[in-house]
Design a protein around this ligand. Structure first.
Ligand code: ADP
Length: 392
């Protein structure tokens, strides 16, 4: 078999990471020997006019783009394909080598992630068809949260009903929370096993997690990615009775309420924009709706920081990551302001400096370090995949 030497050990050093989302396929080719990334790209607007017809066609476009650069799936340097899979349910708590049975199990989890798991499954199928001898590994978004204890993952509803329908907190963005919590420990020159970190992943989707000694003990997303923080288009936490009220009094159907809470809420629902840059621009012009959206967003973040401080008991660091977390000094300043009683003191000058490297933005005397730590889900998926395939 290619990519192996005579002793049968893997000599190939590259991993192709595939992230088949609901309407796009992102890919990156990473070389684990020298850290280079020979290729990266995205195929967007799947199923829309002008885009790929479906995921199968999108994956074939990816394969063709790679082949055109001499980096095709048949390349002997390729050691494995790492697939991001959104929902691993309770079964998948670690990266998993994919076979027919695993693929069927991922497919069976579709009711828990109807937009994502079917797309992930198609990505896996097409990649396997194109290169049947190549190891394919599933890396699950839920896996890092599998250490959350039952008193934190169980909702206080009738146990039989909950268990019959697999209703519990699962949490998402796990690959990012895993990577960032470890990178934060490294930034502080500490062993991940000895630090407690609150990770705030603030992208289009947003989630918080409490990580104790490298293990996740609480996270804000739940059965689905809808719970928790205010997001670009999702509401995050609300009274579940809002749903009954909208159905009974508002005459809305379940599917309409689903769309409302997932696609027309959050920052977008509050002010008509879901991009924090646009909101900042409008706030500078004195726009009241943009200001309110920002205030609601930041208030929710502060509540979670307080709650997770109580959960962890001792917090060593708070890490901001993803599009908003890495780039918006205003969100960081507003979220961390006035938290001196919790041992948090931001350094306004450090916080205002832009950059792409992991950095500490708290004041020298702050008991809790505040850090900006760029996330790298592709690298984390590639490392987990490579390590599973090579045992290294
Ligand atoms: P996704 O969840 O799609 O991976 P990202 O982590 O890329 O999202 O984050 C996207 C969001 O990051 C954008 O919607 C935007 O609000 C925010 N963002 C990106 N750059 C900046 C910036 N310079 N200032 C403030 N917000 C930014």
């Amino acid at each position: 078999m290619t990519g192996h030497n005579r002793e049968g050990t893997v000599t190939a050093t590259r991993v192709l990471v595939l992230n088949s989302g609901s309407s796009s396929v992102k890919y990156q080719l990473l070389d684990m020997a020298d850290g280079s990334r020979p290729a990266a790209g995205i195929v967007e607007r799947i199923g829309e006019p002008g885009g790929a017809a479906d995921h199968a066609e999108a994956l074939k476009t990816v394969a063709a783009e790679l082949a055109a650069r001499g980096l095709g799936l048949d390349s002997p340097e390729l050691a494995a394909v790492g697939h991001r899979v959104v929902h691993g349910g309770t079964r998948f708590t670690a990266p998993t080598l994919i076979d027919d049975e695993v693929l069927a199990a991922v497919e069976e989890l579709a009711p828990l992630a109807p937009l994502h798991n079917p797309a992930n499954v198609t990505g896996i199928r097409v990649a396997r068809d194109l290169r049947p001898d190549l190891p394919q590994v599933a890396v699950f978004d839920t896996a890092f949260h599998s250490t959350v204890p039952e008193h934190a993952y169980r909702y206080a509803i009738d146990r039989e009903t909950a268990d019959a329908h697999q209703v519990r907190r699962y949490g998402f963005h796990g690959t990012s929370h895993a990577y960032v919590s470890r990178a934060t420990a490294r930034l502080l020159g500490r062993d991940p096993a000895e630090v407690n970190v609150i990770v705030l992943h603030l992208g289009n989707g947003a989630s918080a997690s409490a990580v104790r000694g490298g293990e996740c003990v609480e996270t804000s997303m739940g059965l689905t990615p809808l719970e928790g923080l205010v997001m670009g288009t999702r509401s995050g936490d609300l009274d579940p009775a809002v749903v009954f009220h909208l159905a009974r009094v508002g005459g809305m159907r379940v599917a309409e309420i689903d769309t409302l809470l997932n696609k027309r809420s959050g920052l977008l629902g509050l002010c008509g924009d879901n991009d924090m840059r646009e909101i900042a621009r409008r706030m500078a012009e004195g726009d009241a709706a943009a200001q309110l959206a920002f205030d609601v967003y930041v208030h929710r973040l502060r509540k979670y920081v307080g709650a997770y401080t109580a959960v962890l008991g001792r917090v060593d660091a708070i890490a901001f990551t993803a599009g908003v977390g890495e780039n918006s000094a205003a969100v960081r300043a507003a979220a961390m302001g006035g938290l001196e009683a919790l041992g948090v003191e931001l350094d306004p000058v450090r916080n205002a400096v832009r950059g792409s490297a992991a950095r500490v933005v708290s004041a020298g005397g702050s008991r809790v370090a505040v850090a900006v730590v760029p996330t790298d889900e592709e690298l984390e998926i590639a490392q987990q995949t490579y390590s599973l395939v090579t045992g290294r």
